[in-house]
Design a protein around this ligand. Sequence first.
Ligand SMILES: [Zn+2]
Length: 241
Amino acid sequence: MSARKFDTDCLAIAAHRDDLEITSGGLLAKFAAMGKRVVMLDLTAGEMGSQGDATLREEEAAAAAKALGVTVRENLGLPDAYLSHDHQTRAAIAQKIRDHKPELVILPHWEQRHPDHRICSEVGYDACFYAGLKHAKLEGEPHRPRKIIYAIYYGLVEPNIAVDISNHFEQKIAAIKCYKSQFPVEGRGNKVFVPGIDVFEFVRARDSVLGMKLRVDYAEGYIQKEIIGVDHPLDLKGFSI
Ligand SMILES: [Zn+2]
């Protein structure tokens, strides 16, 4: 079996600027603090957002990545709210996978209220496969990530992986706060998010509940579709009783 070459530890892909901070900000900050190479890839620029234009959101996204300690953030500039599961989109993402050669890819969970999130999940998976095809019409060498995990967004989906982000939770909140055009004041009810739900309260509650399962302060939830393999069951964190 030939060893695959990975230039990037983690490539995190999302439909919109601010998605990655809300869903995976803790893990991305944790990776960055460990000195791992992290790339954030947003598919759209946010031009359809009801508040703030694409330029302002670009500045906010850059500030948020900096707050997480992530130095590489790219944007595909695909049409916001009209994300399509077509060949052009798949090829654009696949090219980024070849460019960065990630070991881990983070995608949104496939069950979503917002069509862009669902499409990002589906086309993102297909791009991971397509990037590895020898004869794909892409630049560079074929590449596939070793692992894909799916971030839990806003639905009541039960994760099967919980990552302790206690030491990076406040960094995650600070990154979300960079989106002043979207979430102007903490505790005021950010209706652009989920009607009537304040994003900061939501993130804190969700990550705190998940943290309780690991007996830590905060955790982020993910799903991996394949079986979870370990060298020894005692490698598994968490408590049965
Ligand atoms: Zn979104």
